[in-house]
Design a binder for this molecule. Structure first.
Ligand code: THU
Length: 144
C-alpha cells in the first residue's frame, strides 16, 4: 500500500483539526463573521495552515483552503503534494470546502488524499476525489 492510500490515524486527524482551529483564530472575517481555518498535511509530514481573509470588496475574499494552498506552494515548492486537509471554524457550524477551493486544491492533491471537515455536528472524513471527482484539467486537454 502506498503512503497516501493509508487511512489517517485518529491522532493525525486530531493534530490537523487542532492546527486548523488555531488558524481559524487568525481569520479576518469582519463581514461574514465566519472564521475558518484549514490545515494541509503534506506528503513529507509538514502541516501548513491558512485562514480566510475577507475584503470590503467581497468577491476578493480568500477562503482558508486557498490561503493554506498558496502558502504551501510558496514555502514548499511545486512538487509538494497534499496528503490530507482538515477544516475547522469558530462558529460551531458545518464547513465543507467550497467548489472554487476544491478546483484549486486539485492540482496539488496526492492520490488518495483525505479531507476532514465538520458537518451537521460531526466530523466527516472523505476522499478528496469523492467530493470532487472531475476537476477541470487543462494539462490533460493540452496533451491530447
Ligand atoms: N470560506 C472559507 O474560508 N472556506 C470555504 O470553503 C467556504 C467559505 C469563508 C469565505 C468567507 O470569508 C466566509 O467563509 C463566509 O463565506
Amino acid at each position: 500500500m502506498k503512503t497516501e492510500d493509508l487511512p489517517l490515524q485518529s491522532e493525525q486527524v486530531a493534530k490537523l483539526i487542532d492546527a486548523a482551529t488555531s488558524a481559524a483564530a487568525n481569520a479576518y472575517a469582519p463581514y461574514s463573521g465566519f472564521r475558518v481555518g484549514a490545515a494541509l498535511l503534506l506528503m513529507d509530514g509538514t502541516i501548513v495552515t491558512g485562514s480566510n481573509v475577507e475584503n470590503a470588496s467581497y468577491g476578493l475574499t480568500l477562503c482558508a483552503e486557498r490561503s493554506a494552498l498558496v502558502r504551501a506552494v510558496s514555502e514548499h515548492g511545486l512538487q509538494m503534494r497534499i496528503r490530507a486537509i482538515a477544516l475547522a471554524n469558530l462558529n460551531t457550524a458545518s464547513s465543507s470546502p467550497c467548489g472554487a477551493c476544491l478546483q484549486v486544491l486539485a492540482e496539488f492533491i496526492a492520490p488518495g488524499a483525505w479531507i476532514v471537515f465538520p458537518y451537521a455536528g460531526r466530523l466527516e472524513s472523505r476522499r478528496f476525489t469523492e467530493l470532487f471527482p472531475f476537476p477541470f484539467d487543462l494539462r490533460e486537454s493540452m496533451t491530447s
